[in-house]
Ligand binder design. Sequence first.
Ligand SMILES: [Zn+2]
Length: 99
Amino acid sequence: MTTTRAPRPPVPLADCRQCGEPIVFVKLDTGATMPVNPVPNPDGNVAARLQGRGLVGFVVSRDRLPGGFYPIRMTPHFATCEALRAERKPRGTPDTPLF
Ligand SMILES: [Zn+2]
């Protein structure tokens, strides 16, 4: 395991409207735009590459693996957004007794 950090992609930063943290946008091949954390994460499930001054990519799945032309791995911001996390009410697990 290396802890080498990839440099930040030279793309414009935005601010999350929920928590104010910096984010960048990845244009997905579905046409949607995904806010991701600006620091690449080798375990992130969005694969991206630079295109012009932006990032394009896709959500990694069993059928679509990262690598090749999409060497950057990013974490979707909603996975770490504190504001969104606070909004999400924790649901009881199936093991939680009702009474
Ligand atoms: Zn946020």
